[in-house]
Write a protein that binds this ligand. Structure first.
Ligand code: NAD
Length: 440
């Protein structure tokens, strides 16, 4: 099989390129970010993703994995080119396709034969056809006539578990109208195909819709349990027991039923917005998804109000320890993390902060730049020193089993806001904490 090129070396592109090379394919990862590529060549991984560094190093050593900023040469050498660049939300919620379409154009300019152009970025329905048009237009303009196929191959990996998810996926979705491209994609994913991973072959439009429907469904599930949690709090019910019970119903399933401060990250917020926007554009409103977005925004504020009401006399002049900044554990990604909204809202109410995150300090420093009275600490215990309470925003393992005696000694007043329900309410009360969970 010819080489593979992966354009965009971020969370998805780097994992895709590295895992494909680990499957034995010669892979070239391309990025416009020269510093990133230079550092990758030296074996430095720009993101926090467990296991990735070893896999990158191994495959560089085996000479199956290369990094470059030269898209032209990568496209010339490869038969299959993955597009894995960002598709951030625009002001109006729609997905910004400028990176994807620029790459499509660059691929077209570099073509020297038949290519399969595989879109791995999350894109609105219709983008595959747009990519086709852009490529054909460039070929026409430059007087070249090469055959090509476009494939939609959305990615479902979770940051923090990305290697496992890529190598043991629940499914691989391949959207294409071309038998030739389909056969080549089976070769690309040969290792998984032979291991009986479910492959779902569709047209491009269906594959594009699958990704948004998949993420939107999960977001709806989270917002649903968060609303139930809020009601549980008011009526004296316990959302964790409730979730355990309803999760046992095979039709519901137990995953994504954890009440908390709302979803964040680089996918759910922008993908729900994009799907709502697509619904509007096609006059087929996604009302459940629109409401989910609202519920999620509201949930972050609910957390702030939960903290506020715990302090008689308000929050002005209080200092809080914030444990966890990233949108979930095992990643350094803080894009759209609930911590950002919660900290900014608390700041408005006069709070100062001592914060700690096991992997997100570098990200946190620039994303929270300018927050009044914020101190970045060296660990969870130093963060709690002299604070009026502690807020667990992200459920990193190391926060699950804190030395509670020490916590009590460090805090000025024993207010414990557990926004991930990782402690037991009754036990915490026994230990003398004023404990606040979500829906418990
Ligand atoms: P990212 O921002 O981490 O990485 C994008 C990379 O593309 C950056 O390194 C950027 O420098 C590079 N880039 C931009 N323009 C380029 C160009 N013209 N040529 C070469 N490189 C270029 O993004 P990500 O989180 O990896 O997401 C990529 C896509 O995958 C998005 O559409 C996202 O929705 C989707 N996705 C992400 C995840 C996730 O967990 N992060 C999961 C599934 C799907």
């Amino acid at each position: 099989m010819q080489k593979i090129a992966v354009v965009g070396t971020g969370y998805v592109g780097l994992v895709t390129g590295t895992c494909l090379s680990d499957f034995g394919l010669e892979t070239i990862c391309v990025d416009i970010d020269e510093t990133k590529i230079k550092r990758l060549k030296e074996g430095h991984i720009p993101i926090y993703e467990p296991g990735l560094e070893e896999m990158v190093t191994r495959n560089i050593q085996y000479r199956r994995l290369e990094f470059t900023t030269d898209i032209q040469s990568a496209v010339e050498q490869a038969e299959v080119i993955f597009i894995a660049v960002g598709t951030p939300a625009r002001e109006d919620g729609s997905a910004d396709l400028k990176y994807v379409l620029t790459v499509a154009e660059q691929i077209a300019r570099s073509m020297n034969g038949y290519k399969v152009i595989v879109n791995k970025s999350t894109v609105p329905v219709g983008t595959g056809q747009k990519v086709k048009e852009v490529v054909q237009q460039v070929l026409d303009e430059t007087g070249k006539s090469f055959e090509f196929d476009v494939v939609s191959n959305p990615e479902f990996l979770r940051e923090g578990n990305a290697l496992h998810d890529f190598t043991h996926p629940d499914k691989v979705v391949v959207g294409t109208e071309s038998q030739r491209a389909k056969d080549i994609m089976k070769q690309v994913y040969r290792v998984l195909y032979l291991n009986e991973t479910p492959f779902i072959f569709t047209n491009i439009e269906t594959a594009e819709m699958i990704k948004y429907a998949n993420n939107a469904f999960l977001a709806v599930k989270i917002s649903f349990i968060n609303e139930i949690a809020n009601l549980c709090e008011k009526v004296g019910a316990n959302v964790q027991q409730l979730a355990q019970a309803i999760g046992k119903d095979g039709r519901i399933g137990s995953k994504f039923l954890h009440a908390g401060p709302g979803y964040g990250g680089s996918c759910f917020p922008k993908d729900t917005l994009a799907l709502a926007h697509i619904g509007q554009a096609y006059d087929s409103p996604m009302r459940l998804v629109e409401t989910t977005i609202e519920v999620n925004e509201r949930q972050k504020l609910n957390m702030v109000e939960k903290i506020e009401t715990a302090y008689e006399g308000g929050l002005a002049g209080r200092k809080l320890a914030i444990l966890g900044l990233t949108f979930k554990p095992k990643t350094d990604d803080m894009r759209d993390a609930p911590s950002l909204t919660i900290i900014r809202e608390l700041e408005k109410r006069g709070v100062s902060f001592r914060v700690y995150d096991p992997a997100g300090m570098e990200e946190g420093r620039w994303r929270l730049e300018g927050v009044r009275g914020i101190e970045f600490c060296t660990d969870e215990y130093s963060a709690m020193e002299g604070c009026d309470g502690v807020v667990i925003v992200t459920e990193w393992h190391q926060f699950r089993n804190l030395d509670l005696k020490r916590v009590q000694e460090l805090l000025v007043s024993p207010n414990f806001f557990d926004l991930r329900n990782i402690y037991d309410k009754a036990e915490m009360a026994n230990q003398g904490f004023a404990y606040y969970g979500v829906g418990v």
